[in-house]
Design a protein around this ligand. Structure first.
Ligand code: NOJ
Ligand code: MG
Length: 680
């Protein structure tokens, strides 16, 4: 579509990748099915009619906003011939297609020096745990020098290690130790913004008209009598209030989509883009295998930074998002960064170490040659399926993998809502997603990370305290994550069935997002208890408590006082206890990852859903090309005993949560991985 106007029909908008994502998102948020748009009567409505009908919900300017965003992306915007292909679809799939990733939140993983803060030597001391589990690539959440207004997501120096985490030498040792054990290592690249303490920002505000003034989004204006505005536009910060703060010293407003100390970089400035590419090259030379790129879809902002549409703001909670969730130059900036930063140039010296290859039986081989392109994993909040494809399609030369967050909350829900997640939505989400991808697309599969409460708790609520249900569901989720087509990202603790914490006071919380939200609710008149009750369902702290290595108050995390205390004291849910129990969640993960490595059909095989309309049974086949065997994977999505659908293929159980038999029924959250028997 080259031209969108009032007479354009809804189906044409829905046929445009961003149009489809936007409409799907609105429907999801309103808790409606997208089947609605495919109804022929609705599909044929003209945009001006839709705008008129939707006015009570979406307001006047909604259609216009949509049209503006659509014009920036899509089929017309085909890339220049792939500058640095990520190669899926090629004869040899890239390593990450088969890999299991594991996210470490270093502050809470292992503390080597007793200061209560997890550190790099702590991670190194636990590398054997990760290698035994079968991890192929470790992602470390931020470890760069930072004032920690947002736990390292506010970087002060991209080439130095945060003092409490250790030194560059410690990181070198960690990289070498991971490679030696057959694991790659990626770091977190937080370059939508820097800390306000970064020298670039200091220089920018010391002399806004000087060479660094244009590194950020600085705007002249008046602060108003009480210093509050009006700011340059109505964009909101994700951590509360306006996205602008007045810097008296510079007589400028400065944009911060996150905390007031996280200053958005101006990616339209080529010098900023060159600096970022240089940082990536610097870390690659030290042996880092790639990066996870923080909120990377936010880097390109619409020129002039116009006000956000009020209706979109009200619906999504944050005015302004349509001007930067998929900004106008996003694709070209990513391609440039891929080429200039992530791609090895001819003659580039080899890094100090590379990963040792791992054979299908898990044993280690020789070090692999350096990767031609270091992996780019995009953290991309707000993108739908089509935009995910535009950002990570293998021919597009942009990212390799992206996180699509729509799986994390049920229809019409946001993270702060107190509700039980229905796993039939998770099934629907993945079947819908998989039906829309082709051989050029890749999915990242994840349920937990440091920004979300634990999926186990979202599904089970208070019943996550029941060890039987907790164990069964943890194995079921592992089965889904490790055998659907896609690249799994485990988050620390998932392998031992970590659940949310029973926080009882705001004093338990450390996260700037929750603390700001708490303060806002209090200012609006909520009681302390009420405000706490309203933030706990979504608090990021749940996933940030120390790793439970062994029983006892310290959980083996630290000999000192942890920076944040976990409140859980259940028996049986530590690494040490589970390592000793053959039926544990930990050993289930190990066995399943081992099976995945040995049986290529589980990673590369075709996919066919069975009983796709069932809300209780999730079953699928991974089909092997040629002579290999097919696999049948089955999960009971409920806490009840269910009947298996009829007419399933005959199959032999290889790994299961409750035993080696397949009967007519499945136990609550039972999961079974079976080899399909040959013959009719
Ligand atoms: C996403 C990160 O995962 C989150 O922890 C952080 O607060 C924001 N980006 C801002 O950097
Ligand atoms: Mg420490």
């Amino acid at each position: 579509m080259t031209h969108v106007e009032a007479r354009t029909r809804l189906k044409e908008i829905y046929g445009h990748p961003v149009g489809r994502d936007a409409i799907d998102k609105v429907l999801l948020q309103l808790g409606r099915s997208s089947r609605w748009v495919r109804n022929p009567v609705v599909a044929n409505l003209r945009l001006d009619t839709v705008a008129r009908l939707a006015r009570p919900v979406l307001g006047e300017a909604f259609a216009q906003s949509l049209v503006t965003v659509l014009a920036d992306h899509g089929p017309d915007d085909d890339p220049t011939p792939d500058p640095a292909p990520s190669g899926h679809g090629a004869a040899q799939p890239p390593w990450w297609r088969r890999a299991v990733f594991y996210q470490v939140y270093p502050r809470s993983f292992a503390d080597s020096d007793g200061d209560g803060i997890g550190d790099l030597r702590g991670v190194t001391s636990r590398l054997d745990h990760l290698a035994d589990l079968g991890v192929d690539c470790v992602w470390l959440s931020p470890i760069f020098d930072s004032p920690n207004e947002d736990m390292g997501y506010d970087v002060r120096d991209y080439r130095a290690i945060m003092a409490e985490m250790g030194t560059l030498a410690d990181l070198d040792a960690l990289i070498a130790g991971a490679h030696e054990r057959g694991m790659r290592i990626i770091l977190d690249l937080v370059v939508n913004h820097t800390s306000a303490e970064h020298p670039w920002f200091r220089a920018a505000i010391a002399d806004p008209d000087g060479p660094y003034g244009d590194y950020y989004h600085l705007r002249p204006g008046a602060p108003g009598e009480d210093g509050s505005g009006p700011p340059p536009n109505n964009w909101a910060s994700f951590f509360g209030g306006s996205a602008w703060r007045w810097i008296p010293q510079a007589q400028r407003w400065a944009l911060h989509l996150f905390a007031p100390g996280q200053m958005d970089l101006n990616w339209d400035n080529p010098r900023v883009r060159a600096e970022v590419a240089e940082i990536v090259r610097w870390w690659r030379a030290r042996g880092v295998d790639g990066f996870r790129l923080d909120v990377i879809n936010y880097i390109s902002k619409r020129g002039g930074l116009p006000d956000g549409n009020e209706a979109i703001g009200a619906l999504m909670g944050f005015p302004g998002i349509e001007h930067y969730f998929f900004g106008p130059r996003l694709h070209s900036y990513l391609r440039e960064l891929r080429t200039a930063g992530f791609t090895r140039s001819p003659g580039e010296p080899a890094p100090p170490s590379t990963v040792r290859t791992r054979r299908p039986d898990g044993t280690l081989g020789d070090p692999a040659p350096p990767d031609p392109v270091a992996i780019m994993v995009g953290e991309t909040p707000g993108v739908g399926v089509e935009m995910s494809r535009l950002l990570s399609g293998s021919r597009r030369g942009e990212l390799d993998l992206v996180f699509n967050f729509d799986v994390l909350e049920g229809p019409g829900k946001v993270r702060w809502d107190d509700y039980r997640y229905d796993l039939s939505y998770l099934k629907r989400f993945y079947l819908g997603y998989l039906a829309r991808v082709g051989p050029d697309d890749a999915l990242a599969l994840f349920f937990d990370n440091h920004d979300n409460p634990r999926m186990l708790s979202k599904v089970l609520g208070a019943r996550a305290g029941d060890p039987v249900l907790r164990t069964a569901l943890a194995k079921a989720l592992a089965t889904i994550q490790l055998t659907l087509p896609g690249t799994p990202f485990l988050f620390q603790g998932q392998e031992i069935a970590a659940v949310d914490q029973d926080f009882t006071s705001v004093a338990d919380l450390r996260d700037v997002e929750s603390l700001n939200r708490f303060a806002e609710l209090r200012a609006e008149g909520s009681t302390e208890a009420d405000a706490l009750a309203r933030i706990l369902p979504g608090a990021r702290d749940h996933a940030r408590v120390p790793m439970r290595w062994e029983p006892g108050p310290s959980t083996g995390f630290s000999t000192g006082t942890p920076w944040q205390a976990g409140r859980e004291d259940s028996t049986g849910f530590t690494v040490a206890e589970q390592a000793a129990d053959p039926g544990s969640v930990l050993n289930f993960h190990r066995d399943l990852i081992g099976l995945r490595r040995a049986e290529p059909a589980l990673t590369d095989g075709g996919f066919r859903a069975l009983a796709s309309r069932s809300r209780t049974y999730f079953g699928w086949l991974r089909t092997a090309p040629g002579s290999g065997s097919d696999w049948l994977i089955e999960v009971n999505l409920t806490d009840r005993t269910i009947r298996r659908p009829r007419a399933l293929p005959r199959a032999q159980v290889v790994l299961g949560s409750t035993g080696m038999e397949r009967s007519a029924t499945m136990a609550p959250y039972e999961c079974v991985i079976s080899r399909v028997s040959p013959g009719p």
